[in-house]
Design a protein around this ligand. Structure first.
Ligand SMILES: C[S@@+](CC[C@H](N)C(=O)[O-])C[C@H]1O[C@@H](n2cnc3c(N)ncnc32)[C@H](O)[C@@H]1O
Length: 229
């Protein structure tokens, strides 16, 4: 098993048919993004940062749901960023797509909410920690942070069972074999998914308050925290 591509090459390969492929690779994807939206909607933020927008379909969904909010959507894979601009054309007055790695981003203002879905597992431990510190710094006091991600079960046997279930799901959902091979090789060899406990601990370490797991299904979870004051 080998990882032949950089993350941006891999995600650009998904960009043409992202909406279909992500639902083949992530069981309960629609439930997951529904939860992200619900968590943002209750805090009614005025300015929202989306880290790792992909093809912009989640941003678009949230722009509709959290009406009036202004979005900045970061996406480093160029084909994905182009798709996101097309996807968000209708909302261009309040959704800005910035083609950049979030680790290099310099915001012009702070945000009432930051969310990132299925992205931070791409970062190694040091970059993840640095990213979380920076995210907190970019938020207004008491701003909300929603972190959805690919996770690792705390028990290795349980994790393997969840991975095997996902492989069966991806095949039965009709995901192309080359995408299945590339995705699962990337997840095993290149990605760095954390346990929910490790995610909660790091959120506390970098200064977030009230971190909690709000949703989890197999190898996916959503955590919510506030910046504190
Ligand atoms: C699986 S997609 C998730 C897209 C969307 N958030 C969703 O939930 O459908 C992961 C996206 O994160 C982007 N990404 C990976 N590393 C990133 C980084 N360091 N900064 C910003 N985005 C990143 C990838 O290019 C890819 O488009």
């Amino acid at each position: 098993m080998r990882v032949p591509e950089t993350p941006s090459e891999f995600y650009d390969r998904l960009s043409g048919d992202y909406a279909t492929t992500i639902r083949q690779l992530v069981p309960h994807y629609d439930e997951m993004i529904g939860e992200v939206g619900r968590m943002l909607e209750v805090s009614a933020p005025a300015r929202i940062l989306d880290i790792g927008a992909g093809d912009g379909s989640l941003t678009r969904h949230l722009a509709h749901q959290v009406s009036g909010a202004r979005f900045v959507a970061l996406e480093p894979a160029s084909q994905m960023a182009n798709r996101a601009r097309e996807m968000l054309a209708e909302y261009q007055d309040r959704c800005l797509v910035v083609e950049t790695n979030a680790l290099e981003y310099q915001p012009e203002h702070q945000f009432e909410a930051v969310y990132t879905n299925l992205v931070l597992h791409n970062l190694d431990a040091a970059d993840k920690r640095q990213m979380l510190r920076r995210i907190r710094h970019w938020m207004v006091p008491n701003g909300v942070f929603v972190w959805g991600d690919f996770i690792r079960a705390s028990d290795a046997v349980v994790h393997e069972r969840h991975m095997a279930e996902r492989l069966i799901f991806a095949r039965s959902a009709g995901c192309p074999q080359d995408i299945i091979a590339a995705n699962f090789a990337k997840e095993r060899l290149a990605d760095d998914p954390w346990t929910i406990d490790a995610m909660l601990t790091v959120l506390g370490d970098v200064g977030f308050r009230g971190a909690a797991c709000a949703w989890d299904r197999g190898t996916f979870a959503i955590l919510v925290a506030t910046r504190g004051v």
